[in-house]
Write a protein that binds this ligand. Structure first.
Ligand code: DAT
Length: 177
C-alpha cells in the first residue's frame, strides 16, 4: 500500500470481494462502522442509481454498466476512506485500492447460506463452483499487485470478528504510517 495513496488520498480505499454469500456486506458494514469509513455496496448502488443495462434473465441479476459505476464512484474514490463491497473486482481502476480482501467460505457452509437466501438450481451451483475454483482470488491477483491482495476465511462469526479487527488495525496503521 502506498502512503497517501497513488492519487494523494488521505484515507485508504479497501475492496472486499468474494463469491456471493461469503460475507462481504456483513464484513464491510461492521468494518465501516468500526473504522468510520464509507461502505459502498455496488449491487445496491447499481439498483439505486440505475447503473445497469437491464435484467439478465439467465443469471437473474442486473447487467452492470461498468463505465457508469466507475464514473459514479470516481470522486469518492479520489477522496478516499471507502470500503467497496462487490462480487467482482476486474473492472475498477487498479489505482483506486490500497488493499483488496477476498473472503472465502467452506463449500457446505456457503451452500447453506445461499440456499437460505433463496438461491436454487444453476444460480446456486454456479456460485458454489465459483468458490471451489477460487475465481475471485484469481481475478483479484490478475487485477491488482499481489502484495495488496489478501484472502481471509469467513466461515464463522469468530472469523468475521477477527477479520473486522485485523482490517481495522490495518486501516488505522495506514492512517498513521
Ligand atoms: P455477501 O455480501 O458476500 O453476499 P453477506 O454479508 O450478505 O454475504 O452474508 C451472507 C449470509 O451469511 C448472511 O446471512 C450473514 C452470514 N454470514 C456472513 N459472514 C459470516 C461469517 N463469517 N460467519 C457466519 N455467517 C456469516
Amino acid at each position: 500500500a502506498q502512503k497517501n495513496g497513488i492519487d494523494g488520498r488521505k484515507k485508504p480505499n479497501l475492496l472486499i470481494t468474494g463469491t456471493p454469500g461469503t460475507g462481504k456486506t456483513t464484513t464491510a458494514s461492521a468494518l465501516a462502522e468500526a473504522a468510520q469509513l464509507r461502505h459502498i455496496n455496488i449491487g445496491d448502488l447499481v439498483k439505486e442509481k440505475n447503473l445497469h443495462n437491464g435484467w439478465d434473465e439467465q443469471f437473474e441479476c442486473y447487467i452492470i454498466n461498468e463505465d457508469l459505476v466507475c464514473d459514479e464512484l470516481e470522486d469518492m474514490m479520489e477522496e478516499g476512506g471507502n470500503i467497496v463491497d462487490h462480487h467482482g473486482c476486474d473492472f475498477f481502476p487498479e489505482r483506486w485500492f490500497d488493499r483488496v480482501v477476498v473472503l472465502q467460505t467452506e463449500n457446505s457452509l456457503l451452500y447453506d447460506r445461499l440456499a437460505t437466501r433463496g438461491y436454487t438450481g444453476s444460480k446456486l451451483s454456479n456460485n458454489i463452483e465459483c468458490e471451489i475454483f477460487q475465481v475471485l482470488l484469481e481475478e483479484a491477483k490478475e487485477s491488482y499487485q499481489e502484495e495488496i491482495v489478501v484472502a481471509l476465511r469467513s466461515d464463522s462469526i469468530d472469523d468475521l470478528n477477527n477479520n473486522v479487527s485485523t482490517l481495522s488495525d490495518w486501516l488505522r496503521s495506514w492512517n498513521m504510517s
